[in-house]
Design a protein around this ligand. Sequence first.
Ligand code: GTP
Ligand code: MG
Length: 302
Amino acid sequence: MGETRRIIIPVMGMTKAGKSSFINKAASLPKEKQAELEVGANLAPCTKKLQDIETEGLLSEYPSLMRHRLVFVDTPGFDDDEFSDYELLQFIADHLKESYRNGDLLGGVLYLHDISRDGFTGTPKKNLKLFDRLCGENSMFKVVLVTTKWGRQTAEDDYGKREKELEDVHWASLIASGAITMRLTKPDNASAIEVVNEVLRRYVEPESRGRRLQDQILQIQRELVAEKKYLRQTEAAKALREELEKLQDIEAKLQRAESEGGAKIEDLKARDDKAGQLERQIAEFKLNIAQRAGSILKRWFR
Ligand SMILES: Nc1nc2c(ncn2[C@@H]2O[C@H](COP(=O)(O)OP(=O)(O)OP(=O)(O)O)[C@@H](O)[C@H]2O)c(=O)[nH]1
Ligand SMILES: [Mg+2]
């Protein structure tokens, strides 16, 4: 018998995707514990800091894992109003780094997506890109992309079509690298338990594509611990910088247009379709004074 270790499963995804609800169900938390893991009742993001949730009983069917403890890591989404994306990346990176240093094992990673949400531009794209760079190609086979809120589908909706678009377009490269997709369709905790069992089943497989699955860690953990990189040198931070540069480019265009003709965003939108696109991009990135791309770039990437 070896020592007891923690097997962690980080649960990521956009704000309100259903991450905390999922953990409540998967861990079958008793009522008093559920209160600790707040589920959002309104639109504001609910989970601010990363939180470890210890579980009991989920490993009992896996003889080789029985001595370990399964722990979910609840995370905030990269679309929080209070913290900048870089601050959120810092919270997540610190937590994952510490976890790896303390000898935790990476059971798998879940990325939750609200299937009732229409469209896949701006913020959802940025979220997914950051997730992709946090994990890296080598740990993609530990990823399950989980669609939530299937119960909201009405006769007019076709969530199956949305799911197909996710699989064929937005998630295609993750799936090609080994990620799988699953649906949360059942109202009780049955679907959530199925997802956890799929993660664990894959985890105990001796190897896949010539690699020992259990040894694979996340790209950001390797970068920060083994390669001793600073956070800003990691692939995830680079992806974030690319997004901020896009934002800076939009801001510059806007300023140029305003100084040339004194035009307002509404006027620009009315003038031609290209500017309309610009306006949409601004809305998507929630461009505001507090999060001006230029100042953020100067602050973090000198
Ligand atoms: N119909 C339906 N509603 C869900 C499901 N999962 C979560 N919800 C609801 O969606 C809202 C957000 O759920 P949370 O679990 O707080 O989502 P979260 O991803 O933890 O949100 P943040 O912590 O704010 O990032 C709550 O009102 C939940 O009741 C689901 O599978 N089906
Ligand atoms: Mg939450």
